[in-house]
Design a protein around this ligand. Structure first.
Ligand code: DC
Length: 223
């Protein structure tokens, strides 16, 4: 039997990260967070002081970039050229440019190739924006995980509050809508639901409920 591929797509803040990790653990699927890969490219550009329009220099770093996603003691670890960058890729500086970086054609082409290679001969659950539409159009299971912008903004607001980060709900909502618009109207791999993806609206669902729903869908589709 060929390897199993589960694709999870959806907008920022829909809960893809948490849910994919849990479902992967429960069903023994290797979890691949493709957003972390675009974040690695953004971090490398910041470190090398490369601007978004310096395509030649970006091509150079892509030629030898090594990105590894590992699991250690139940934690997802990200290695960039051998160095652990799990936290560094979540910095404010990376957040500010990663969306634009992910829309550079050569960056996406290189990351998609890497993603396909990472999935070779493994059972995987891959999370991103274009997995079911572009990276694995023949995935065994495709899920589009959504929630209203208001709910996603509220989740981020609560998360920030727990971390002691003080940003108003209105500001976060504005940012969520801005990112949605950027992601959905991009000329390079825009965020959209694959025709054959199963749509889950998690607005009024708990994390446990979403996890159980996805596990049910996977079990029903993979015999
Ligand atoms: O999921 P995230 O916030 O870590 O993703 C970081 C950025 O990368 C975000 O701007 C969307 C983009 N991205 C993408 O364009 N395609 C993917 N498959 C995954 C992420």
């Amino acid at each position: 039997m060929s390897n199993i591929i589960v694709a999870i797509d959806g907008p920022a803040g829909a809960g893809k990260g948490t849910i994919t990790k849990k479902v992967g653990e429960k069903l023994n699927l290797v979890n691949i967070d493709t957003g972390a890969m675009y974040r690695c490219v953004a971090l490398e550009m910041i470190r090398k002081n490369i601007k978004l329009e310096e395509i030649d220099k970006i091509e150079q770093i892509l030629k030898c970039i090594e990105i590894e996603l590992k699991e250690e003691n139940g934690q997802q670890i990200v290695l960039l050229n051998g160095e652990e960058v799990t936290l560094a890729i979540r910095s404010k500086e990376v957040n500010e440019i990663v969306s634009q970086v992910s829309h550079i054609v050569i960056v996406r082409k290189t990351m998609v190739e890497l993603q396909r290679k990472m999935a070779e001969s493994k059972n995987i659950i891959m999370e991103g924006r274009d997995i079911g539409t572009n990276v694995f159009p023949n995935a065994d299971v495709k899920i589009y995980l959504d929630a209203t912008p208001e709910e996603r903004a509220m989740r981020r607001y609560k998360e920030n509050k727990e971390k002691g980060i003080d940003i108003s709900y209105d500001k976060i909502l504005e940012n969520v809508k801005f990112r949605d618009n950027n992601d959905m109207t991009s000329s390079v791999a825009p965020l959209k639901r694959a025709q054959d993806a199963i749509y889950i609206d998690s607005t009024n669902m708990s994390i446990e409920e979403v996890i159980n729903e996805i596990i049910k869908i996977i079990n029903n589709n993979i015999k």
